[in-house]
Design a protein around this ligand. Sequence first.
Ligand code: NAD
Length: 485
Amino acid sequence: MSNNYQLYIGGKWVKAEQSFEVSNPATEQVIASVSQASEADVIRAIEAASGAFGEWKRKPVDTRAAYMHSAAAAILLNLEELAELLSREQGKPLPESRAEVEWTAKTMTYYAELAKNESGRIAPAAGNTQLNLIIKEPYGVVGAIVPFNYPLLLLMWKMAPALIMGNTLVIKPSELTPLCTLRMLELCFAEYPRGVINCVTGFADVGRVLVNHDDVPVIAFTGSTETGVNIIRDSAAKNKKLHLEMGGKDAFVIAPGADVELAASAIAWSGFYNSGQVCTSTERVYVPRGVHDEFVRALVSRVEMLVLGDSSKGDFDLGPMISAKAHEKLDKHISNALENGAILETGGGKSMYFEKGHFYTPTVLSGVDHDMLCMREESFGPLVSVMAYDDFDEAIALVNDSLFGLGACCRTGDPLLAKKFYENVKAGTIWINDPLPDNIAAPFGGMKMSGNARELGMEGLDSFVEIKHVHWDFDLAAKDHWVGI
Ligand code: NAD
């Protein structure tokens, strides 16, 4: 594919009438022109996916799994090209892009094998002549709407379970990072039967066509809570199956007695990895009052070690943020905190070392409270805010004093405190001591305004099937309670 990227509909690359530009966030240079799907283009993609559904769902699971394995092998074969493109459009360091591509392939092989063990069940019947089957069926066309921060991986968390269970797909990548998805489809998915996978690029209006269309029974969405709520509103009248993975405001509690130096090392990583643009980035830290100052010094010294750079020029700790708009939100959170008495410990604005690119200096605030935006809204950037607490129960109450419930971490060597933490914190993932890792076999997702679904593991497979109960009586004789007997 040249630098002109097209729509993928019914197995063909199609040029739309209009296009938009994608820039490298490290240089702000335009790197590609991408077709901007019209409503008619999206409808054609939905029709292609609907047309392919019957045949795809009837294929034996082994056949669908073989397609998955061969695409996964192709992804690994093209790992370096895909990783470089991902870094160029998203800005993350190359090793992080390589890890994302590798995990994208692993997700496919995991679900290909898991689905081979998937079966319905037989419920105990009320009578001897009856069979009660509980069967799982694919929905049909899945609309997969994806954000900018992990464009390949978060697509695959939807695409792999949806495809292996017999659904077909219309993919809507982020307008900020569509390139690696289109290139992956071209390099690795050309063998799939026409129409099983389709991809339409563009802005919110493209996603809205999917959300509103009668022939897309499932919307699998990852993105901001604001967009998720719009999707709920737009689809309410159609009672669509909504699989929503939304924003977070993850907390990290350093329990009494925990080593603050080690906690600082963990947080300098979990708060700033991918420039803080991970849905489960550590954004709020609660530390015992007695060790607050020691912890802040330890955190600042580590955060100041982080080196920013353009991934095409070497190995750096952090890349740029995705856009100037993302900077504005961080600036707003920081100035609101400072106006209300917080202390800027380090960082606090666009990096002065770069003429171009959306590089933001890693920032730590202390002296914050829950009235400040930096503790209430998702910051989604390289900003960690630190607050002192007096006792562990208060810390747990502070963690739960949030609209969000995606992840939360506690550092402690005390098993009773660890248990109290995971039993009382309302969040979909709890990390004790080691923040951020996901496990392909364990469900991931949020509570409260962070979402309503689970991806990965068996739960991620079940998200893409409809459950049906079949009551079958072999006895053709009339029942006593029928009318006219
Ligand atoms: P976003 O909500 O701006 O966009 C996500 C996608 O939705 C894009 O493809 C966009 O074009 C599309 N979209 C926008 N408006 C739409 C509408 N009305 N109808 C249909 N589609 C629409 O999110 P983003 O800025 O790309 O990603 C960052 C956000 O994603 C953060 O809030 C982050 O926490 C969240 N996120 C959550 C998870 C999770 O698993 N919970 C994982 C990664 C990112």
